[in-house]
Design a protein around this ligand. Structure first.
Ligand SMILES: Nc1ncnc2c1ncn2[C@@H]1O[C@H](COP(=O)(O)OP(=O)(O)OP(=O)(O)O)[C@@H](O)[C@H]1O
Length: 617
């Protein structure tokens, strides 16, 4: 989907985002999905200028009006030397100046009125364009596939929404208008100069052509520098995101200097790119200034000689000089427009990168609450590798029986969390299949899969808002009784009742800080409130004390009456009571059975039980 331009909407996103309703079919290309064996439809890269103009296209009527107003303002400005020429002639021949002065005043008022209207309209359109771009980017970024998120820094993505979109905004509106206005104004001025005196125009044109060549050489460099600068700004964001996100670890490890150096290095890179850009801008300013000055001197010298020989009258020379001074405006417009266009194209290339990233386009439906008995979960000969990595799973097969508790265990790094990620369809399997009951989950939309299978990750972050909002996040229709029930199940009821604001206590960024165990239990309560058919618990007992763990085990056992539970645990106490243990090793299922059976027959399990699993036994 194109972020802003119409017609490039990915299915599923445009429907919810309420923007970029496709008018035309986008050019698309079939791209191999990096994390699946399916194919996705993503937009083919477009020529940059066309892509940029696509952002302006929905506003073409207003932009056309802005252009007319700009040209009107320019025409009023252009008429002034002519009026002054006739005033000079009138003065020299003893005529009245009254009408001429009134005309000049009228032209001034018209020109100011046009300037106001075009400025307001173009700024308003620019704001609309940037909102459009940002809305599209946000919609897309939040739906990026996990595999895409794995390979990019979040900071680099956010600058696309913040600063890159602003550059595109300027380029697509003001930049385009400045260019057209500058071009037309320049042409009109040249024509009028030609009418006033062809020989003087000849001299001026030579200087103009030289300046044009110089500017043409500098412009593409500005674009490259802008791209580099924006990338560095993205790196600053990424470095800060990482440092602030792991602030405690940074502080505890005395990492302030390292993190500062990293972010400052990116800031310095942006500075260096900015300096190069400033040098180019200064060069352009000098070239522009030189054009006017050099032409002025040439015209004064040559024009003076023509007046002296009587070939040109003085009023025409003065009018020509006024045109010459007027030339600065359109040249600056052209230069400003081109600079803005080059910067916009640089930023656009970064925005379009997001366009080419794959999104999950099947998450915007709200599937009904699953009904029926809990299903079994089957991994059938599953193979999976992360992008550019060796396979993590190679022919893994197991069955988690319906309505039972199954623990997935194995040495660190064997792919336990990966199995859960595949069950959530964060990634799709490369080979084999995963069944929910008898249904292959690749046949279900991701929304449906995630509706049926709830997932509590290792370190569940609290989302912004109150305890109630956190609980209702995925089950907005749940009743107060249902909330009270899940709080009881997760042993949070007494704690929440004891808070002055109870369920309405803020636990977001500036709210009450919950302990790791409380966060974990709240996350489980949130998952249970959805009444899922399958519950995935990844190391949820890691933060719990013995007492809470025992109670949570009961919670899990009770949950298993309504759903199939799969858990990853490093504590023996958590896994011994599981109905089935799946022992992963080397990308395959090495063994499965009950705790006693595995203890009896499997050496690796005995080792694990004696070392890793026994830690808290
Ligand atoms: N997003 C990712 N991109 C690339 N490689 C990954 C990614 N996530 C995990 N891996 C790699 O896949 C392998 C399995 O990781 P996984 O987290 O599934 O193991 P695990 O058994 O859950 O480990 P642990 O018990 O330590 O939590 C590891 O080698 C890990 O480095």
């Amino acid at each position: 989907m194109g972020i802003a331009p119409p017609g490039i909407a990915a299915p599923g996103i445009a429907a919810t985002a309420n923007f970029a309703r496709p008018r035309k079919r986008a050019r698309t290309t079939r791209v191999k999905s990096p994390d699946s064996d399916t194919h996705d439809t993503t937009p083919a890269p477009r020529p940059p200028l066309r892509a940029l103009l696509a952002y302006a296209r929905p506003h073409r009527r207003v932009l056309a009006l802005v252009l007319l107003l700009t040209l009107g303002g320019s025409a009023a400005g252009l008429a002034q030397p002519m009026v002054i020429e006739s005033a000079m002639t009138a003065l020299m021949t003893g005529g009245s100046l009254r009408n001429t002065l009134l005309l000049l005043l009228g032209l001034l008022v018209v020109s100011l009125g046009f300037t106001w209207a075009q400025s307001w309209l173009s700024e308003r359109t620019a704001e609309r364009v940037v909102l459009h771009v940002r809305r599209g980017l946000i919609t897309r970024l939040i739906r990026l596939r996990t595999a895409e998120l794995d390979r990019v820094e979040p900071g680099g993505l956010t600058t696309r929404v913040t600063s890159d979109s602003t550059l595109v905004q300027h380029a697509a509106t003001n930049g385009v208008i400045q260019l057209v206005d500058g071009g037309v104004h320049l042409l009109a001025t040249i024509v009028l100069m030609g009418i006033t005196s062809l020989p003087l125009l000849g001299i001026t044109s030579a200087v103009l052509v030289l300046a044009g060549i110089a500017v043409g050489v500098v412009m593409p460099r500005i674009r490259r520098v802008t791209t580099r600068s924006q990338e560095s700004v993205g790196d600053i964001g990424a470095a800060l995101d990482r440092a602030l996100g792991a602030a405690r670890t940074v502080k505890a490890n005395g990492g302030e200097a390292t993190e500062t150096a990293r972010a400052v290095a990116a800031a310095e890179d942006a500075y260096r790119a900015g300096l190069v850009g400033a040098r180019y801008q200064a060069a352009i300013a000098v070239i522009t200034g030189m054009v006017v000055q050099a032409s002025f001197l040439a015209v004064i010298g040559f024009g003076g000689a023509l007046v002296a020989t009587g070939t040109l009258d003085l009023a025409a020379l003065i009018a020509f000089l006024l045109y010459l001074f007027n030339l600065g405006g359109p040249i600056l417009s052209l230069v400003g427009g081109t600079t803005s266009l080059q910067q916009g194209l640089g930023a656009l290339a970064r925005i379009e990168e997001v366009d080419r990233m794959e999104t999950e386009d099947d998450v915007d439906t709200v599937p009904p609450r699953p009904t029926g008995p809990p299903p079994r979960v089957v991994l059938d000969d599953v193979t999976f590798a992360y992008r550019d990595r060796a396979p993590v799973l190679e022919g893994a097969s197991f069955t988690a029986p319906a309505g039972k508790v199954t623990a997935v265990i194995g040495p660190s790094g064997t792919g336990k969390t990966t199995v859960f990620s595949l069950l959530q369809r964060f990634y799709d399997v490369d080979g084999g299949r995963i069944l929910l009951g008898d249904t292959d989950i690749s046949e279900l939309s991701r929304a449906e899969v995630r509706r049926r299978i709830a997932y509590v990750e290792q370190d569940s972050p609290m989302l912004a808002g109150t305890i109630r909002e956190n609980l209702l996040y995925a089950a907005p229709g749940a009743t107060d009784e249902e909330i009270a029930d899940v709080l009881r199940q997760t042993l949070l009821d007494t704690y929440v009742d004891g808070l002055p604001d109870g369920l309405d206590t803020n636990v977001g960024a500036r709210g009450l800080a919950l302990s790791g165990g409380q966060r974990q239990r709240l996350a489980i309560a949130r998952a249970l409130l959805r009444r899922p058919q399958v519950l995935l618990l990844d190391e949820v007992t890691a933060h719990l004390d013995g007492l809470s763990e025992t109670a949570l085990r009961q919670t899990v056992e009770r949950a298993a009456e309504h759903c199939t539970v799969l858990l990853i645990a490093h504590r023996l106490s958590t896994v011994t009571s599981a109905d089935r243990l799946i022992l992963l090793e080397g990308g395959r299922v090495r063994d499965h059975g009950k705790h006693e059976e595995l203890l009896d027959r499997d050496e690796l399990y005995r080792d694990l039980a004696a070392t890793q699993l026994a830690v808290s036994h």
